[in-house]
Design a protein around this ligand. Structure first.
Ligand SMILES: Nc1ncnc2c1ncn2[C@@H]1O[C@H](COP(=O)(O)OP(=O)(O)OP(=O)(O)O)[C@@H](O)[C@H]1O
Ligand SMILES: [Mg+2]
Length: 326
């Protein structure tokens, strides 16, 4: 965090100039505009469907940081707020996406110096052999310093069944850094809600250092349809009317299948539809010339070839990794 009386101020005042006078009043709106945080919040609203409570928490955190900055300018007592967080939710609910945005926001509000995100799992932190874990964990922390360290499936760090598990060593280093460097590193622990709960129970040190718990609920079929619309548009594709109808039928079917992963499954379904569209266009080559619109349009058939539309009750056949049906 940029502390009062550091580089900027010194530069502005010359080397041994006295500290800037305390302002009598501050314009929060001006600060808000300067941070350009509104554009990030607007983008968040535009590009992320649903997630109302997550978006609200992000606004609250932004407000808190702005006020904290204003208090520092008035030389009021401020402690660097603890901003370590936990993101809980099922796969594909937007945790990684929001973590990236969060890093950007924390940077714009000058809480962290760089605003980059280092995303890791247990294997990046914990070594296989004695003596490997501490350097591995420290290396990751060094990379993340000045930004956000995102630990996915954080509960794998803790393996109580293993008496001498090296994960514990990593946990201890992390806890120390979360306490001592909390003004320059934000740690986000992510994973399934129930497992995170167990993890926090066994590791109260983590619980007490995490100030914000954000829950990412599963999306409704309607939200998933909207997400599909956004994804398609972002990739400069269009859904034909028949494709929209097919996709609306596809989504609830996919939701009932094994390995359903919320928005991630939708992204995969669109990828496969794009593949089938390409096949379709290729198969028709030489017959007609293609327009820009042809190249952009996904048709109902591009979705209906999915195995999900096979016999009712067909199960397990349409995992995320399934190829296009022949
Ligand atoms: N609310 C949303 N609106 C639009 N797109 C979304 C939304 N949530 C997720 N996505 C998109 O879905 C994909 C998966 O999201 P993301 O990787 O953030 O999920 P995750 O919770 O980190 O999943 P995992 O647990 O599998 O890592 C990304 O392509 C992301 O852009
Ligand atoms: Mg993720």
């Amino acid at each position: 965090m940029a502390k009062p009386g550091t580089a900027d101020e010194t530069e502005a005042n010359g080397t041994d100039a006295p500290e800037q006078p305390i302002p009598t009043e501050l314009d929060l709106e001006e600060e808000f505009q300067r941070s350009d945080i509104q554009s990030v919040l607007d983008q968040l609203d535009r590009e992320l469907v649903g997630l109302a409570s997550v978006k609200m928490r992000i606004r609250e955190i932004a407000a808190m940081l702005l006020v904290d900055k204003a208090r520092r300018q008035m030389r009021l007592e401020t402690e660097p707020p603890t901003l370590h967080m936990s993101f809980t939710g099922n796969p594909g609910t937007g945790k990684t996406t929001v973590a990236l945005r969060m890093a950007d926001i924390l940077h714009r509000l000058e809480y962290v110096r760089q605003g980059h995100l280092v995303s890791v799992t247990r294997d990046d932190l914990v070594g296989q052999y004695i003596g490997h874990t501490a350097p591995k964990t420290r290396e990751v922390i060094k990379k993340a310093m000045g930004g956000v360290l995102f630990i996915d499936e954080a509960y794998y760090l803790y393996r109580p069944e293993n008496e001498r598990d090296y994960g514990q060593e990593s946990i201890e280093i992390l806890l120390q850094v979360m306490e001592n460097n909390r003004d320059d590193l934000v740690v986000i622990l992510a994973g399934y809600a129930n497992r995170m709960e167990t993890f926090f129970k066994s590791n109260p040190g983590f619980r007490s250092r995490v100030a914000h718990h954000l829950d990412f609920p599963d999306y409704s079929a309607e939200e998933l349809f909207k997400i599909a619309g956004l994804m398609v548009a972002q990739q400069q594709y269009i859904l034909s009317d028949s494709a929209a109808v097919a996709l609306r039928e596809y989504i609830p079917k996919r939701m009932r299948q094994p390995h359903f992963a919320n928005a991630r499954s939708i992204r995969n379904a669109i990828d496969r539809a794009k593949l089938r569209q390409a096949n379709r266009l290729f198969a028709g080559r030489g017959k007609t010339k293609l327009t820009k619109n042809d190249l952009m349009t996904l048709e109902g058939a591009d979705f209906r070839q999915s195995r999900i539309f096979d016999e009712p009750g067909a199960s397990g056949a349409a995992g995320d990794h399934g190829s296009t049906k022949q």
